[in-house]
Design a protein around this ligand. Structure first.
Ligand code: GLU
Length: 476
C-alpha cells in the first residue's frame, strides 16, 4: 500500500485522468460527468456463524452507465473500502472502453479475510451479499454483471449465479448475471487464465512495436527477457507461466506475501506455484534464494517488472529505486500517480493497468455473450470447417501421389489443418485480437501526438474519447 503522504487510490486515478483530459477538448461539464462515480451502495448485513451474528460491510460502486450492463469484479479483502472500490470502478469504465467491451464500469468489495472462514461459511456470506445486491439490481444480466477479483474465483461466482437464479426463477438469461463461473455453471473455457493470458498477449504486441520498445531502451524480442513478478495469484501465476513456457522469458524473481525468491537462472513457475498452494507461501522453497523483505526485490535489475497483486506497491517511497525499464501493470493501480511521474521522468515505459489486465473482462464479455446466446462457441461451425478442410487435404493427397518423391506434405500439417477450433482456441483468438487492436489504438496516440509522453495518457485519451462519444450520442 502507498505511504500515508500520497493521495488515495481514487485520487490517484483522478489525477491520471486529469492529466489526460487536459490534452482533450471536452466541455468541462462532460469532463466532470465522466470522472465522477455515479453511485456507491454500502451494505451492512448480518450472518449467523459459529453461534453468533457477525456483521459484514460490502460495497458495489457504479462509476459510469454510458453503457449497460456495468461490469467489474467483486473483491474479498480486509483492505476493501469505498475509496478503493470507486477507484477500481472508474478503472473498469476506462478498461472496457479501451478493449471495446460494451459495458460501463463497476466494482464491488466485501471487507473480509476469506482465509478465516470455512467453505460453507463463505457460501452463506456470499449468498447473503449477493441477495442484498441482486434485490437492488446491482447483480442483473442487463444492468450489473460482477466477476471474480482478488480473493474470489469460480466458486464464489457459482454461488452468486445460483443465488440470482433462485431469486429470478423465470429469467431465461439468469446465467448472464455474473461471469467467471465454472464451466458446469455456464462458464467459458479460458476465463481463469484470461487476465494472465492477456498480459502475455499485451507484451507480445508491445514487442511488435519497434518504436515503443526503443523508447523503453530494451531491444530485440520478448525471448530471453528477465522478468520479476510480484504476486503469484491467478493473474501473476498465469502471466509468468505463459511467458516462461511459451515466450522464452526467464523469471528471475517472484515476490509473495511472506518474502521473495530470486534466481539468475530462472525460477520454475509451476513448481513455485505448487509450493505456495501446499505451504501457503514461498518460504522453504528448495530452489533460488529466499529474500525475507520481499518488496526489496521490486528494486532488483530486470527487463520487465510485473506487479500483479495490490494497488500502490510502487509508490513515492520506492519509485526512484525501481530499475526495470518496462513495467506492465497486471494488477489494478500498482503504480501511484506520484510514482508514475518519477518513473516517467526516468524513461521507464509503463504498460498501464486499464490495458494490461483487460484480458479478464474481455473473456468475461465472451462468457456473457455465450450465456445470452445459450450456445457454446464453435458448436455450429466446427465440424463444417473440418469438412471443408478435408476437401483441401483430399486434393493435396492426390497431388502428393501424383508428384511422388518430388513433393509431400509437411509432417503434422494434415492433423493441424484438419482440426476445427474448439471454444478455448476461439476464446484465445478473440482475446489476442482484442489485445492487439487496443494496443494499436494506444500506440498511435502515443507515437503520433507530440504532447503525449506515455502509454497511460494515450490509453486514457482513447477511452475517455469513446466514453464521451457515448454520452454525446445519448444527448448529454
Ligand atoms: N476483476 C477483473 C478486473 O479487474 C475482471 C472484471 C470482469 O471480468 O468483469 O478487470
Amino acid at each position: 500500500m502507498a505511504p500515508k503522504n500520497e493521495p488515495s487510490f481514487r485520487q490517484s486515478v483522478d489525477m491520471m485522468f486529469n492529466r489526460a483530459v487536459a490534452l482533450m477538448d471536452l466541455p468541462p461539464g462532460l469532463e466532470e460527468k465522466i470522472r465522477v462515480c455515479n453511485a456507491t451502495y454500502t451494505v451492512r448485513f448480518g450472518v449467523r456463524l459459529r453461534g453468533q451474528i457477525q456483521t459484514f460491510v460490502g460495497y458495489r460502486s457504479v462509476h459510469s452507465e454510458h453503457m449497460e450492463p456495468v461490469k467489474g469484479g467483486i473483491r474479498y479483502a480486509m483492505s476493501v473500502n469505498q475509496d478503493e472500490v470507486e477507484a477500481l470502478a472508474a478503472l473498469m469504465t476506462y478498461k472496457c472502453a479501451l478493449v471495446e467491451a460494451p459495458f460501463g464500469g463497476s466494482k464491488g468489495g466485501l471487507c473480509i479475510d476469506p482465509r478465516q472462514y470455512e467453505e460453507h461459511e463463505l457460501e452463506q456470506i456470499t449468498r447473503r451479499f449477493a441477495y442484498e445486491l441482486a434485490k437492488r439490481d446491482l447483480i442483473n444480466p442487463s444492468q450489473n454483471v460482477p466477476a471474480p477479483d482478488m480473493g474470489t474465483g469460480e466458486r464464489e461466482m457459482a454461488w452468486i449465479a445460483d443465488q440470482y437464479a433462485r431469486m429470478n426463477t423465470t429469467d431465461i438469461n439468469a446465467r448472464a448475471c455474473v461471469t467467471g463461473k465454472p464451466l458446469n455453471a455456464g462458464g467459458i473455457h479460458g476465463r481463469v487464465e484470461a487476465t494472465g493470458r492477456g498480459v502475455q498477449y499485451a507484451l507480445q504486441e508491445f514487442f511488435r512495436d519497434r518504436v515503443g520498445v526503443g523508447k523503453s531502451g530494451l531491444d530485440g524480442k520478448l525471448d530471453g527477457k528477465r522478468v520479476i513478478v510480484q504476486g503469484l495469484g491467478n493473474v501473476g501465476y498465469h502471466a509468468a507461466k505463459f511467458l516462461s513456457e511459451e515466450d522464452g522469458c526467464v523469471i528471475t524473481g517472484i515476490i509473495e506475501r511472506d518474502g521473495a525468491l530470486v534466481s539468475d537462472e530462472g525460477l520454475d513457475v509451476e513448481a513455485v506455484h505448487n509450493w505456495i498452494v501446499k505451504h501457503g507461501g514461498v518460504t522453504g522453497f528448495p530452489d533460488g534464494t529466499f529474500v525475507a523483505e520481499g518488496a526489496k526485490v521490486l528494486e532488483e535489475p530486470c527487463d520487465i517488472l510485473i506487479p500483479a497483486a495490490m494497488e500502490g506497491v510502487i509508490n513515492l517511497a520506492n519509485a526512484d529505486r525501481i530499475k526495470a525499464p518496462l513495467i506492465i501493470e497486471a494488477a489494478n493501480g500498482p503504480v501511484t500517480a506520484g510514482a508514475d511521474e518519477i518513473l516517467r521522468k526516468k524513461g521507464c515505459v509503463i504498460i498501464p493497468d486499464m490495458y494490461a489486465n483487460a484480458g479478464g473482462v474481455t473473456v468475461s464479455y465472451f462468457e456473457w455473450v455465450k450465456n445470452l446466446s445459450h450456445i457454446r462457441f464453435g458448436r455450429m461451425q466446427r465440424r463444417q470447417e473440418e469438412a471443408r478442410h478435408q476437401l483441401v487435404i483430399d486434393e493435396l493427397e492426390r497431388l502428393d501421389r501424383y508428384l511422388g518423391d518430388a513433393w509431400s506434405m509437411t509432417p503434422q500439417f494434415k492433423e493441424k489443418y484438419l482440426r476445427g477450433a474448439d471454444e478455448l482456441e476461439l476464446v484465445r483468438s478473440g482475446l489476442d485480437d482484442t489485445m492487439r487492436i487496443a494496443y494499436q489504438a494506444m500506440r498511435d496516440v502515443w507515437h503520433e501526438r507530440g504532447d503525449v509522453e506515455d502509454l497511460r495518457t494515450a490509453a486514457y485519451l482513447v477511452s475517455i474519447d469513446r466514453v464521451a462519444k457515448s454520452y454525446r450520442a445519448k444527448g448529454l
